[in-house]
Design a protein around this ligand. Structure first.
Ligand SMILES: NC(=O)c1ccc[n+]([C@@H]2O[C@H](COP(=O)([O-])OP(=O)(O)OC[C@H]3O[C@@H](n4cnc5c(N)ncnc54)[C@H](OP(=O)(O)O)[C@@H]3O)[C@@H](O)[C@H]2O)c1
Length: 346
């Protein structure tokens, strides 16, 4: 048995908490936020999974009790919980930790944890496989729709982040034009200077970029809705990688012409066996996906464990292109498959 790995998860929004603990349903968001601040990280899931080439991997999912918004509002508190959770992972013998959702957005995209734990524990944000798998799902959709990339305009929201920046680098030359969107102008200028392509237009104006785009990719650290029905061209394609998602519920309800893909969803090579599930909940209730599905960042952590590649893998905001290719080929070797999941609801 390889591992264990640990993977950090947290409730993305209040609905995740209401789903997991029904007694909370009559409590206000403010009350819940003020209480969960004081709860220490805990192990919610213990799972075993066999890959296609018969490597057995064991892992723990550790809950960081904070909502996505709380990671941004109080980074100091978030970091203190991440340090406690890392110590808990070490106690269980974990060798590598996957940083889910906002646990990799804070602390300089994992760099602070790497500095704190040195060689005692390794970390990955899972960004490499998230990038590879999201682009694969998007490419499948473009092929199905028989579209020609060189005729299409694409927007990347969160273009200066770990995921967004790599995506801009990898795809800009294939498309007619690419809007690179973020708030901080000096980081946008640095991106433009680094890539130096006439195809890239940097902007802070999301609405104007989206209305002129055939494809919108979003990977931001903003936990709020950012893409609304009136921002979208007819037949637009959205690939929403952000956790929580940035596409508004209204887009699903009102814009039936728009295709909304969930980036970075992976089908496991076999059915996982669960040794522990918090509160006797199902995997679906805890993670929000059917039993055989995981997020790409979780899959990356499982694959690295199957390979016993214990190292700091996708860390920081400059993701190595070689690692994106490497993890994609290791995923295929172990039977992990990209799932093209179209949003029905959130
Ligand atoms: N599906 C998966 O398996 C998976 C895996 C890893 C991460 N994720 C998710 O992917 C997202 C991005 O992660 P990351 O590590 O790339 O984050 P990151 O490095 O912190 O980058 C975030 C980007 O979002 C931009 N941004 C933040 N607020 C914005 C706003 N209001 N308007 C426009 N741009 C905004 C930031 O630039 P400015 O600050 O300049 O605006 C930056 O470019 C997160 O939601 C994370 O949870 C998903």
């Amino acid at each position: 048995m390889k591992g264990p790995f640990a993977f950090f998860i947290h409730p993305l929004n209040i609905n995740d908490l209401y789903r997991a603990i029904s007694d909370l349903q009559n409590k206000s968001v403010e009350f819940i936020e003020s209480v969960i601040k004081f709860i220490d990280p805990f192990v919610a899931v213990e799972m075993e999974i066999e890959t296609m080439i018969s490597e057995k991997v064991y892992g723990l999912f550790i809950v960081i009790p904070l909502l996505a918004k709380q990671f941004i509002d109080d980074e100091k508190l978030a970091m203190s919980k991440l340090i406690k959770a890392s110590k808990l992972a070490i106690k269980f013998g974990a060798k590598i930790v996957g940083l889910g959702a906002f646990t990799s957005v804070v602390g300089k995209a994992g760099m602070s944890l790497v500095k704190t734990f040195g060689n005692t524990l390794y970390f990955t944000s899972g960004a490499s496989y998230t990038i590879a798998s999201s682009l694969e799902a998007l490419n499948m959709t473009i092929e199905e729709k028989k579209l020609n990339k060189s005729d299409l305009v694409v927007s990347v929201i969160g273009a200066t982040g770990a995921i967004g920046k790599s995506i801009v680098k990898l795809i800009h030359s294939d498309y007619k034009k690419l809007f690179a969107i973020a708030r901080n102008k000096s980081r946008l200028n640095a991106l433009k200077n680094e890539i130096k392509s006439d195809k890239i237009i940097i902007t802070t104006d999301i609405q104007n970029a989206c209305i002129n785009s055939d494809i919108i990719i979003t990977a931001t650290s903003n936990p709020n809705e950012m893409i609304f029905p009136h921002y979208l061209k007819d037949q637009a394609i959205i690939c929403d990688i952000s956790m929580p998602h940035n596409t508004s519920k209204e887009v699903i309800e009102k814009r039936k012409d728009v295709t909304i893909l969930e980036g970075g969803i992976i089908e496991l090579p076999s059915e996982p066996k669960f040794k522990k599930l918090f509160n006797n909940l199902s995997w679906d209730d805890i993670i929000g996906y059917p039993k055989n599905n995981v997020l790409a960042c979780m899959a990356e952590t499982i694959i690295l464990t199957a390979e016993e590649k214990y190292q700091n893998y996708s860390i920081g905001r400059n993701i190595d292109e070689k690692k994106i290719r490497e993890i994609d080929s290791l995923a295929k070797k172990h039977g992990f498959a990209v799932k093209k999941r179209i949003f029905q609801n959130f």
